[in-house]
Design a protein around this ligand. Structure first.
Ligand SMILES: [Zn+2]
Length: 109
């Protein structure tokens, strides 16, 4: 998938969620297909995406945005219940919507 398309999608989600986008890096990621890079103090550096391992970019981005929101909110970088709830809310809100169209290359805005 085209990197610019993924960036456009991520930025649209950030705008809708009223959070500041961080840098997207396309590189090898050890586990899973994507991860958010931050320090223990909750400073966010980037979201790293491994296009070879990431077969569902939409849910991968929403997963990382859930981390981004909770790290910003209360420095929570776990996969606890609050995280799962936040992730599920984002999936319900964005999957199969006009945002999905960005990923499949339809102009919507
Ligand atoms: Zn995660």
């Amino acid at each position: 998938m085209n990197k610019e398309t993924i960036k456009n999608y991520y930025q649209a989600i950030c705008k809708a969620e009223k959070i500041e986008p961080i840098k997207l890096n396309f590189k090898n990621v050890g586990r899973g297909g994507a991860c958010i890079v931050h320090n223990k103090q909750g400073k966010l550096f980037s979201i790293d995406i491994d296009l070879k391992r990431c077969n569902d970019i939409e849910t991968a981005i929403l997963h990382e945005v859930a981390h981004q929101k909770l790290i910003l909110k209360n420095n929570n970088f776990t996969h606890n219940k609050t995280f799962k709830n936040t992730e599920n809310k984002l999936i319900d809100k964005y999957v199969y919507t006009k945002f999905t169209n960005i990923l499949i290359g339809k102009k919507i805005f």
